[in-house]
Design a protein around this ligand. Sequence first.
Ligand code: SAH
Length: 486
Amino acid sequence: MDYYPIFLDLRYRTCLVLGGGENAARKAEGLLKAGAEVVLMTPALEPPTEALLAAHPDRVHHRAKAYTPGDEEGAALVLSACEDDAIDRAVHAACTARGIPVNVVDRPAFCSYITPALVDRSPLLVAISSGGAAPVLARQIRSRLETMLPATYGRLVALAGRLRDRVQQALPAFDQRLRFWERVFDGPAAEAVLSGREAEGEERMVRILEEEAAQQNPMGEVFLVGAGPGDPDLLTFRALRLMQRADVVLYDRLVAPALVDLARKDAERIPVGKAKNHHTVPQEEINRRLADLAASGKRVLRLKGGDPFIFGRGGEELEGLLERGIPFQVVPGVTAAQGCAAYAGIPLTHRDYAQSCRFLTGHRRDGRLDITEWGPFHEDETLVFYMGLSNLPEICRQLLDAGMPADHPAAVVEQGTTPAQRVVTATLETLTDRVTEAALGGPALTIVSKTVRLAPSLTWFHGAEDAPPAFPNHGCLSAEVPARSG
Ligand code: SAH
């Protein structure tokens, strides 16, 4: 962050504005809105500042002189819009020496603070800043937010402000209050206020408050959420909404840190990552923790890479919750096969080349891999192997033994959908060597399909050559195939 955002209380404080033109008038108006008193310092008023003075004779005071150092004394804030280089330099130097915040319009070098683009739904304020780098973009974002936030939002926020103390008393625990406000803002109570029925909205809020206060030990809930394969843009809206709600997040190593960052800022984060050969937290322990946390009233986000029901043990985790009567929701995610296929330009089905598609595991619970159990295999289907990198030589060999042609196309996609994505395309006969040469690590997915031939023409996504790994805590997965880090 280049700037630290704050909101200043300027009520009844004196602010000094230099200049007599349009800019000075506009800036002074903003200060007046925030309750400040304004001293307008300019040798001569111009029509915009004259009008301002006429409109606020009691709160705008004109001092008919040019600024000289010392004039800033006693000001809570100084703003220069006089477009005079010597004065701008002098006022910046004097204010900096005295520790008074100073802003010179359009001259970032002379500003100790900058003013954001604003969506004003007082008491709700949304401030947007590009740090001076792209003010037009900041204004565009403001316009979008303007349309998203109905004008009545101010009413809603003001009402919430009036109820605050009462809510604090009725619901002493932070989690309870959070739940209360979410019920209020997500439901008919807020809806009523936003559509102008303020009394009805308030009544509803009070009723919800009574209900929540009566609930002694509210049961929590588990959100089993698929986070997709890595690119945060592939999250669903529902996943994002629940991520904002959770009190605790349990995530494993196949969730990229960029995704975990999107959870509520003050949510407790518990990594329960399972790296091959070093299971940090055993599955039973994860199941028990999920149930315990929810039973203590928490909303628990169980964040899974890809989709929770595709090689994600989602089913096992829900069984544990069922036994203890804990409510849950499941949010599907884009599974690695879909993400990698789309971002590598390898269609999973195609009317000419692959009329069906299977997702298989390349790593069995007992370590033994005999894929011929799932045969026969067809040249016109797509096979996708999850967790198969360490068994890649074995997978290719067994497919060849089962009668697939040596020149059948196959690919490995590493860190798919992330800037670190790498794709190796080859044939069943050459894939292992190509992957070893490229030193692919994990997570990686193997796609065996005639559609791999389409990759060169359908590729659209290019990772960045020097991108850091998106899964930095992903262990080396392979004995036969060395990971990039060795
Ligand atoms: N539930 C997950 C799969 C978990 S199994 C899903 O639906 O995607 C873990 C395996 O998924 C990894 O070993 C790897 O084969 C695959 N995988 C997950 N994310 C991946 C990614 N970004 N790129 C390539 N493969 C990935």
